[in-house]
Ligand binder design. Structure first.
Ligand code: FEO
Length: 136
């Protein structure tokens, strides 16, 4: 079973970012599977680290692209990334310090944030991309 399934509604129209989003979905599904399987805290911690690192990498890639293509809502988008990135880093740090546990609520929060962000905020730069480079 998956926490989150990819479908066409998540396409931004930019191949690189669609591939990166799919990778983030995969990491969330791995975390979910490990959680359901009752994996060791260390195993779950490794997946959470990977998720935080990859999210940081992906956000930087998007911000670079938006900057390059003069995307008008870059600041707002960057702020959204930064809030989530800091929240995720804090959750992962607390997890390693045994101040919290991985829970279905936490996984649901991460998944819902990603879905909402892709469907609304990322979809906006997808439209911008199409307006400047139809057929991109
Ligand atoms: Fe795909 Fe703005 O994160």
């Amino acid at each position: 079973m998956s926490m989150i399934k990819w479908d066409d509604s998540y396409f931004t129209g930019i191949e690189q970012f669609d591939a990166e989003h799919k990778h983030l979905f995969g990491l969330l599904n791995t975390a979910y599977d490990d959680f359901i399987d009752g994996s060791q805290r260390e195993t779950l911690g490794t997946v959470l680290d990977e998720l935080a690192d990859y999210a940081t990498y992906h956000f930087a890639n998007e911000e670079h692209w938006m900057d390059e293509f003069n995307y008008p809502d870059l600041d707002k988008h960057r702020e959204e990334h930064e809030k989530f990135r800091l929240r995720l880093r804090e959750l992962v740090k607390d997890y390693h310090m045994q101040k919290n546990s991985l829970s279905l609520e936490l996984l649901t929060f991460l998944t819902n944030w990603l879905i909402n962000h892709i469907n609304k905020t990322d979809a906006d730069y997808g439209r911008h991309a199409m307006s400047i480079k139809p057929g991109l």
